[in-house]
Design a binder for this molecule. Structure first.
Ligand SMILES: Cc1ncc(COP(=O)(O)O)c(C=O)c1O
Length: 338
């Protein structure tokens, strides 16, 4: 059986999730008549203690809508240099919002309050006004790294001092909540908007929810339509989200344990250099000696283990709902034999 460690986006709905989807009550969500979508949006808003939510097709869309509603063209967005919003959203910040980015040299995808403070532009006609700070938790290119809570609060303070809005790309926020034993309510109090993906560790086929104030989400509804993201009987998909919130959150600790096991079996191999600390479900390691990242990935693929060479020297493995303990054991046995 193929061991697909490319991403936690490759999961297929479980029988339980499919059953929940099939029995969903639906309506036309553009008319706000889909009771299952309404339930998902209200439930997530309540879980995070935020006023409102909006269900969208993807995490790219929820991030891009958030950036659009928090900025004006010609302003500057601060984020880490490896942030998904910056390097993996097709130049959307420039294309959709007419903003430029000030990328910061964070550590493992995480930036600090001091770096944000230093990156804010002075009030000078030559300089674009700074408008928004975006964090990513967990940070994908940081190897699933998590922010310390006090670091988030310190960045919020800097935003408050300078009148900046604060967005969280929480594509894998539930992984961070489980790893750090944090609550969604903490996050809802601190960020102006939060994007949460249902189609990553939570195992849904499609969907992300953007959370914010009533006013922000009303604006988001207009932008979602403009981006072509208004969906009709989307309740079938929202039902998968509701099911995942009930059944797939606490099990994320299994994925974290599996990622740690993979890192442990890699650590003594002569072709493995630095392994980024494994905090959640992502293992990123550098490759040295007889393999390049591409040739190691190709070799592993011959053994039915699929990985991603994310840079010329680094390979990424991601654990998820469809990676069982048996598959992790099998992957370790195959890796140990290399
Ligand atoms: C950190 C992060 N943010 C946002 C996204 C975008 O999600 P989507 O693929 O649903 O557009 C991803 C996708 O992998 C991601 O890893």
């Amino acid at each position: 059986m193929t061991i697909d460690l490319r991403s936690d986006t490759v999961t297929k709905p479980t029988p339980g999730m499919l059953h929940a989807m099939l029995k969903a009550k639906v309506g036309d969500d553009v008319f706000r008549e889909d009771s299952t979508v309404n339930e998902l949006e209200a439930r997530m808003a309540a879980d995070f203690g935020m006023e409102a939510g909006i269900f969208c097709p993807s995490g790219t869309m929820t991030n891009q809508i958030a950036i659009k509603i928090h900025t004006q063209p010609g302003t500057e967005v601060i984020c880490d240099k490896t942030a998904h919003v910056y390097i993996y959203e097709g130049g959307g910040i420039a294309f959709n919002s007419g903003c430029q980015v000030k990328p910061l040299d964070g550590k493992r995808g995480l930036i600090t309050a001091a770096q944000v403070q230093e990156a804010i532009n002075p009030d000078d006609v030559h300089r674009p006004p700074t408008s928004l700070v975006c964090l990513e938790n967990t940070a994908n290119r940081g190897g699933g790294s998590c922010y310390g809570w006090d670091d988030i609060l310190s960045i919020r303070d800097v935003c408050d001092q300078h009148g900046l809005t604060f967005h969280l790309d929480g594509a894998r926020l539930y992984n961070a909540l489980i790893a750090k034993d944090e609550s969604p309510l903490q996050y809802g109090k601190v960020f102006d908007s939060i994007s949460v993906c249902l189609s990553k560790g939570l195992g849904c086929p499609v969907g992300s929810v953007l959370l914010g104030t009533k006013e922000a989400i009303a604006k988001a509804r207009r932008i979602r339509k403009l981006f072509g993201g208004g969906m009709r009987q989307a309740g079938y998909l929202a039902a998968a989200g509701l099911y995942a919130l009930d059944h797939h959150v606490s099990r994320l600790k299994e994925d974290h344990k599996h990622a740690a096991q993979l890192a442990d079996c890699l650590k003594d191999k002569d072709f493995v250099g630095e392994i980024l600390p494994v905090e959640t479900n992502i293992v990123i390691f550098s490759v040295k000696g007889r393999f390049s990242s591409a040739s190691l990935s190709a070799y592993l693929k011959e053994q039915d283990i699929i990985t991603v060479p994310i840079s010329p020297t680094q390979v990424r493995m991601v654990t998820h709902l469809d990676i069982t303990q048996d598959l992790v054991d099998k992957a370790c046995t195959l890796i140990e034999a290399i």
